[in-house]
Ligand binder design. Structure first.
Ligand code: HEC
Ligand code: HEC
Length: 329
């Protein structure tokens, strides 16, 4: 067949309409618009938050759908078309510079979002997400409401759980340091309470711990570990002042397992996030040792050798002693 200008135009149009048919018309006909079991309508605040999300280009960095092969990234739920019923536009996004947000509701309490939206570096020191403080308090509240609705009914359950635990965490915080420590440790299973840190507190381990502290913790717990980081004014209860934990050492000279458990799981209802998806086991032990040595002046590392570098000496041979009651008054 000879190529003529007419044939070129006709062929081009054929290709165009074939693509429209495959990518627009077939999906439009076959798309299931029945709401899924987690779907619920937005409130007015959430709808305003959705608008802000669209207008401010959050979708350039965040996606809102989870694919089958994302299970191994710790996904909560694979996206179903009914999750998006009635959303205009449904902002699926394609970029994942930041995490997927389709199940972000209830991951963090509202106060964490207030700190994070004001300046993401407050809660995550190396974040590249822009600050949204310029949007003003009301807009940030709407944006938070929208994010807390991500995940529909599943998210509502998580949000309610955060709110319930927040009451308990606040009540404990307001009852003073001893009651607060008792409450915090009361949530930790008994086997973790007498567990020493199995990693030695060598300068190399502490150096790694310091780096992790600076990358993940410092703007909440503060450079002195006293809880006075830049995020502190936004958080209720505020980040823990680690130096208060010297009181704990009077009764129980083990702290490694307690730190590990709290850092791994986070503390529901407070701004303390879980790190089990981001930090491998060794990193959590290293940062635990760093907290203990830097802010408590103590470590229980290698009290009992646990199969690694068993030749290390117990710490009291190297000058670490648990404080006596009169030292912490
Ligand atoms: C330039 C890219 C970028 C843009 C634009 C951006 N983010 Fe982010 N976002 C990130 C990165 C990276 C993270 C992970 C680090 C952190 O927590 O800040 C993140 C984290 C988050 C988280 C916390 C997720 C979690 O569970 O820890 C939320 C919520 C969030 N962003 C919402 C938004 C909203 C809403 C907007 C628009 C107003 C937005 N982001 C715009 C990059 C971006
Ligand atoms: C967004 C702020 C924030 C970040 C980031 C954060 N924390 Fe926390 N952390 C808190 C809050 C809030 C509490 C609970 C305070 C309370 O209930 O009194 C807490 C509690 C803790 C506890 C509990 C101690 C105990 O004895 O029960 C540990 C351990 C801890 N944080 C370590 C870390 C480490 C390590 C990092 C970084 C890898 C980190 N935190 C990052 C806010 C934060």
């Amino acid at each position: 067949m000879k190529m003529t200008p007419l044939l070129l135009v006709f062929g081009g149009l054929m290709v165009f309409w074939a693509s429209v048919f495959a990518m627009v018309i077939i999906p439009a006909i076959t798309l299931d618009r029945t709401p899924s079991e987690i779907w619920r309508p937005w409130t007015e605040k959430e709808a305003k938050g959705h608008d802000l999300y669209v207008k401010n280009g959050c979708s350039y960095c965040h996606s809102q759908f989870i694919r089958n092969f994302d299970w191994d990234l710790g996904a909560e739920r694979i996206a179903a078309s009914g999750d998006y019923a009635g959303q205009t536009p449904a902002i699926l996004g394609t970029e994942r510079t930041g995490p997927d947000l389709s199940q972000a509701g209830g991951e963090h309490p509202d106060d964490w979002h207030a700190a994070h939206f004001t300046n993401p570096r407050f809660t995550r020191p190396e974040s590249l997400m822009p600050s949204w403080e310029f949007l003003g308090k009301e807009n940030l509240e709407n944006l938070t409401a929208y994010i807390q609705a991500e995940g529909g009914r599943d998210a509502d359950f998580r949000v309610a759980r955060q709110q319930e635990w927040k009451q308990a965490a606040l009540a404990a915080y307001q009852s003073g340091p001893d009651a607060n420590i008792q409450w915090l440790h009361g949530q930790i299973p008994a086997v973790w309470q007498p567990m020493p840190n199995p990693y030695p507190a060598t300068p190399a381990d502490l150096g790694r711990g310091k780096k992790i502290y600076q990358q993940f913790c410092i703007h909440c717990h503060g450079s002195m570990g006293d809880g006075n980081g830049a995020a502190a004014p936004y958080l209720q209860p505020p980040p823990l002042n680690f130096t208060l934990l010297r009181r704990h050492l009077v009764e129980n000279r083990y702290i490694g397992g307690i730190f590990y458990y709290q850092i791994m799981n986070g503390i529901t209802g407070t701004g303390m996030p879980y790190f089990k998806r981001e930090l491998e086991s060794e990193k959590i032990w290293d940062v635990s040792n760093y907290l203990a040595v830097m802010f408590l002046g103590y470590t229980d590392a290698n009290l009992e050798p646990r199969g690694i570098e068993a030749s290390y000496e117990p710490p009291w041979k190297n000058g670490y002693e648990a404080p006596a009651a009169e030292d912490v008054k």
